[in-house]
Write a new protein. Structure first.
Length: 191
């Protein structure tokens, strides 16, 4: 018999909170200012995007940026009475079709993109290749040991069964699969 309903982004938010609480590198992050969203991609498509981080501020946490002589701002996003600084998107079905350990790795990858100052900007890894530095391998090496350590403890968590499920499993087990879906936030022209 199928279970009633599951909200994927609610459970991913709870797992994100567990990661932040138990990882020293992320202790300065406020879960109330990180919004988890799902995005769609096709199972058969070629890309390998499982998640992405959208910062809601510019470099150094600035609210405004001047580009080609024009001034832009990011719209303020308020959720549950908190200003959101980051949106993390996980792609359905691709993210959900990964093994549980790989899902944790993706979650750590996206969280590691957040500035240690938690100011709405990304963690800048290099002068030119700001997001990952000189290679994605270099970027991954910065957090993978934390993800491994977390996963060792996480396997006994009540959420591990959820991460073990694929998108197909979720659709078989639950009558209704829901999630929060936020459009990508675009800068707006101020003047």
């Amino acid at each position: 018999m199928k279970k009633d309903i599951i909200n994927l982004t609610e459970i991913l938010s709870l797992i994100t909170e567990e990661i932040i609480k138990s990882t020293d590198e992320f202790k300065g992050y406020d879960c109330n200012q990180i919004l988890i969203s799902a995005a769609s991609n096709r199972a058969g498509s070629r890309g390998v995007t499982y998640g992405k981080l959208q910062p809601l501020k510019f470099e150094n946490g600035n609210s405004l940026i001047k580009h080609k002589g024009r001034l832009y701002a990011m719209p303020k996003l308020i959720y549950n009475n908190h200003e959101i600084k980051y949106i993390i998107y996980y792609y359905f079905p691709k993210f959900f079709d990964l093994p549980a350990k790989e899902k944790i790795n993706v979650m750590f990858h996206e969280l590691y993109h957040i500035s240690p100052d938690f100011n709405g900007d990304i963690r800048r890894m290099g002068k030119f290749k700001k997001a990952h530095g000189h290679s994605k391998k270099f970027f991954e090496d910065q957090y993978i040991y934390m993800a491994d350590s977390f996963y060792q403890k996480f396997q006994s968590s009540i959420y591990n069964n959820f991460l073990e499920m694929t998108s197909e499993d979720l659709l078989k087990v639950y009558k209704k699969v829901t999630y929060t879906k936020i459009r990508t936030i675009k800068p707006i022209l101020v003047k």
